[in-house]
Design a protein around this ligand. Structure first.
Ligand SMILES: [Zn+2]
Length: 381
């Protein structure tokens, strides 16, 4: 089976190995003649990025790049990106990379034409209607990892450099107009990034599948997303050049982000403040938190996982799934405890305070309180 497709939802997607060659066609489709490629510092000089700039240049699209993007992009990176966008008289953005490059690229296109500070567009109520939507530049997204799924998302996470709090900035038109998913771009990922990002996709699917909100479409996407991660992440981890495994993981990443419209839960509510305080890898942190969260939610989600495990090829229903998750983490080199990531017991009150105000809280099947969150952090520590 050829793992290639032209998909129309959640947006226009060109999926398949080698399809980065179609970047000029994607620019034409999105109405972009003078693109600015936005990526992070780590990726800027890698061959995969330079080859993409070569493709742009050969098609008379220039080779403009902005890469002053930190691993947790903040408003300073954003202001510099918008300045570069305006100085270069660009008319659209190619958001290129893992979560940071994709998120910041989307925000540069969004903020280039706005007049209010970015925090005024936080994902609260209808704040997004404050934006001038006609001024949002077109966006093409090109993921180079398989985890975040930000390429199919309508929001970006921007860290406030003063308060160190991560804010979600939302607008429907931040959804990229065209996405190129080329699994060949992900073969250079080191093992621990393959594991961490892949398990982020897994956490998106597990939390969406567990969320109590009514959304059967997301439920189905989350279930198949879990199956793809379970079957293909071990292959991508052991042989990074396995293109079939890389392609299936790239699908799973986009599916996780599509599914979590239904809601995220305690894993992300814990992981966001941990990442903001201790600068840990997001997906790795999620993976460490998952077993404790499954224990907390067990009574409410057991029945739906009893049904799912047959399809996932796991015996023993929910209990089997719970044991599987621990073995899966172990096999992918994920540490067992948050303390292994540098998290300290003294920080728990602050982490609880951050978790309880995190927007992911509302999607957890068991209502989160200061009490059960404190117990969760201690269990995961
Ligand atoms: Zn995540």
């Amino acid at each position: 089976m050829s793992l290639t497709g032209n998909w129309s939802y959640p947006t226009t997607m060109k999926f398949g190995a080698g399809r980065i060659k179609e970047l000029p066609a994607a620019c034409a489709q999105a109405g972009i003649k003078r693109p600015l490629l936005v990526t992070d510092k780590g990726l800027a000089n890698l061959p995969v990025t330079q080859a993409t700039l070569d493709i742009m240049e050969a098609a008379d699209l220039g080779r403009a790049i902005f890469s002053e993007v930190d691993p947790n992009p903040n408003e300073i990176n954003l202001a510099a990106g918008v300045a570069a966008y305006k100085a270069g008289d660009h008319d659209g953005v190619i958001a290129f990379g893992g979560g940071s490059g994709l998120d910041l690229g989307k925000m540069v296109a969004f903020m280039a034409g706005q007049t209010r500070p970015v925090w005024d567009y936080e994902d609260v109520g209808d704040w997004w209607t404050r934006a001038n939507s006609d001024a949002i530049a077109p966006i093409i997204a090109v993921p180079t990892t398989a985890g975040t799924g930000s390429e199919v998302g309508r929001a970006s996470v921007i860290t406030n450099s003063v308060t160190h709090v991560k804010k979600i900035i939302f607008h429907p038109k931040v959804l990229p107009a065209v996405v190129i998913c080329d699994p060949e771009l992900t073969v250079g990922m080191p093992k621990f990034i393959t594991a961490g990002t892949g398990l982020d996709a897994f956490a998106h699917c597990v939390e969406a599948f567990s969320s109590p909100h009514y959304h059967p479409m997301s439920q189905g996407i989350a279930l198949e997303g879990m199956r793809l991660v379970i079957n293909y992440l071990p292959r991508a981890y052991s042989d990074g050049t396995d293109i079939e495994a890389r392609a299936q993981m790239m699908s799973a990443a986009a599916m996780g982000a599509t599914a979590f419209q239904k809601g995220l839960g305690a894993i992300h509510a814990m992981s966001h403040p941990i990442g903001a305080v201790f600068n840990t890898h997001h997906g790795t942190t999620n993976a460490v938190c998952m077993p404790a969260v499954l224990d907390l939610n067990a009574d409410v989600i057991a029945e739906r996982f009893d049904r799912a495990t047959g399809y996932l090829g796991i015996s023993g229903g929910f209990d089997g799934f719970r044991s599987f998750v621990q073995e899966f983490n172990d096999s992918l080199g994920i540490p067992r405890h948050l303390s292994d990531l540098g998290v300290t017991a003294e920080a728990i009150p602050d982490l609880v305070a951050g978790a309880i105000t995190d927007p992911s809280c509302g999607g957890n099947p068991v209502t989160l309180t200061e009490e059960n969150l404190t117990a969760l952090f201690h269990a995961a520590l």
